[in-house]
Design a protein around this ligand. Sequence first.
Ligand SMILES: Nc1ncnc2c1ncn2[C@@H]1O[C@H](COP(=O)(O)OP(=O)(O)OP(=O)(O)O)[C@@H](O)[C@H]1O
Length: 260
Amino acid sequence: METVKKTKTEQDKKDECFQRKVAKRMGKAISDFELIEDGDRIMVGVSGGKDSLALLELLALRRKFNKQNFEVVAVHINVLELPYEVDREFLKGFCEKLDVPLIYRDINVDFDRPSKKPACFRCSWHRRTTLFKMTDEFKCNKLALGHHMDDAIETLLMNMMYQGAVCSMPAKLSMFQGNIILIRPLILLKDAEMREYSRIRKFVLEKELCPHEDVTKRKETTKMIERIAGDDSRIRTNMFRSMSNVQSEYLPIIPEKKLN
Ligand SMILES: Nc1ncnc2c1ncn2[C@@H]1O[C@H](COP(=O)(O)OP(=O)(O)OP(=O)(O)O)[C@@H](O)[C@H]1O
């Protein structure tokens, strides 16, 4: 039978080159922060959003083509009280193509219970706690989340502005006496790069907005960074890099006993 060979357009070549760049950047994070070792069994939290889909795909491809020997398991937590669901058919097909097992878990979040914490915070806490518990159940030693560089910068500014603390999201965090290691392999990638990756890969994304979404502080912070950074691509990178360049002798550090 005659096979029809599709010729690559200039755009196709550019897109492939961009995908390789993103994979390399994640590889750099994995190597710089020593995120993955041979024999790891990594649980990937997949929300159905662009970042965690990209993370899952990039890790699965790395496992296939690189020399590192590790396993990947995808988990989606479904909050029963939320009025929408992830596109299950898409996610199923996506994981099958990558040869990654997919686990669904339904959970309840009592949004009506009075609490000082915002609904978004509580929902995220429940999802995260469920993921941690599931690592044990499915014998995974690492949990990978899809946070990227802009998430880290936003968190840094939010903690400075609302908590009076300089802290953000580490690329690697040992938790529960070292029983589980949280990793963030996309930490060297920007949101704009993840959006481009998602466009190229034609990810099917949830369009429905969560009714509880924290529309205030994080969104305001995102806009604030947009205003500060403008078109200068160095600014986001420098804000991120500043977290690895803390010159404490040049900070007005108040002695602990005088803090209150
Ligand atoms: N429902 C979920 N099930 C499994 N993992 C989740 C879920 N929600 C979030 N996560 C994990 O936590 C990370 C951070 O969550 P967050 O809510 O900030 O991301 P998101 O905006 O839902 O989407 P994205 O997948 O694009 O990061 C996600 O990247 C993903 O790894």
